[in-house]
Design a protein around this ligand. Sequence first.
Ligand code: NAP
Length: 431
Amino acid sequence: MKPENSSIENVIIIGSGPAGYTAALYTARANLSPLLIAGSLDPKTSRIKGGQLMYTSDIENFPAGVRAELSEDEFQGLHLDSDAGADYIAGLTGLSGPNLMKRMEAQARHFGARMVEEFVTEIDICSAPGEYYVLQTQSGKEYRAHAVIIATGAAARTLGISAEEKFFGQGGGVSTCATCDGHSYRGKNVAVIGGGDSAMEEASYLARLVNKVYLIHRREEFRASKIMLKRAEENPKIEFLLNKVVADIKGKPHPAAAHNKFFEGKENVAAAVLKDMQTGETSEVPLDGIFVAIGHTPNTELFKGQLCMDEAGYLIYDQHLRALPSPTCENAKMRSLEYVPGVFVAGDVADHVYRQAITAAGMGCAAAIEAERYLAENLASEKGIPPEALDISMQSIAQSHWSSERDAAGDKPVIERVEEVAEVCAIEHNK
Ligand code: NAP
């Protein structure tokens, strides 16, 4: 343990995706001097500082970050002044996933967020509810914080074949996000792997853009809901290839190599080698892209036994984005609390529905405002945080009162949902 006089951070943010960087930006601008523990490249899990967007080529659905060709008339129609126009044009020249994440990092740093490239290996949430939380990192360092924003994200599951890694991201042809990368495959032939709702959704989405979609699934039964399966089955552009797994992926010289040095010597997807699960026979399907949609795994191992999770491991939170204690938390005081004081969640670690950069960023902003309010209301005077260290805006206080009134009035749908899910969590963890 750290010596008694060691400093306690106001707020630590774990994770460096859109949720983490946005939480860092907002808490930094609120004068909280946040510390963001960003991760770095972890070869074992392929987790990388910057999160899932580091594997995405073009970002076209993040507001103000687009790649599009505008005609002179369209540009004039925007009525931008010359500075804004120049910025806008700079944005138009292409915003890759890594580029967007670098911008987010730079912006958060500019306003005073501090960052370390480390992995959190342990966190003690249960033992001191509301006092401070203790985090250990892989380099053996220990950090303490009054508030923690968990933005550790989720990782798309992958097939685990070596060729998949070779072609993954950066124009290689293997992707785990049709909404992010589908646009690059207009008029081409692609495959979607999986038999759940994600696979059906991605196949239906891609069918609007591409020439043909092969839906490749390893058996004949589907986890997908009937309605989503039916929609995909009825789509003339989608062909189902069942009882098949991708055994290998073949490549061809990258077509962009002729005009872009980055792609020199690189290959992209040319075909998938499929193995039939019943006969063992192999066959080849010529393809331009492969979308792996076999589910996501939230990065929540750190919190097992301490925070409430749903069956798939996503963190459960209340209407203030506060994490809920796990019923298996060792500390009885923590178990008795309705929520974990000072621990907030943001982004894909708690969201398996939307999973977009913009929704994660929105949650990061909300979690930061909640953390600011928590520190202002609970800790500033009690724990000796100098008031000037907290830029407690009237707006924040007004929002806080508004929220309390809303709670008092009974925001039933949300509260009922939380109770319901907490019950599920309790059942799951008591099994
Ligand atoms: P999922 O339901 O777990 O389905 C994963 C699919 O991938 C399964 O068909 C599974 O095959 C297959 N799979 C797993 N590992 C594989 C491997 N190594 N090789 C080949 N195939 C493999 O995951 P999901 O589709 O992402 O859905 C997750 C949750 O989000 C679900 O609750 C879903 O309903 C929800 N969701 C909802 C919507 C919506 O309502 N709009 C959209 C997307 C997701 P087996 O069946 O053989 O195991």
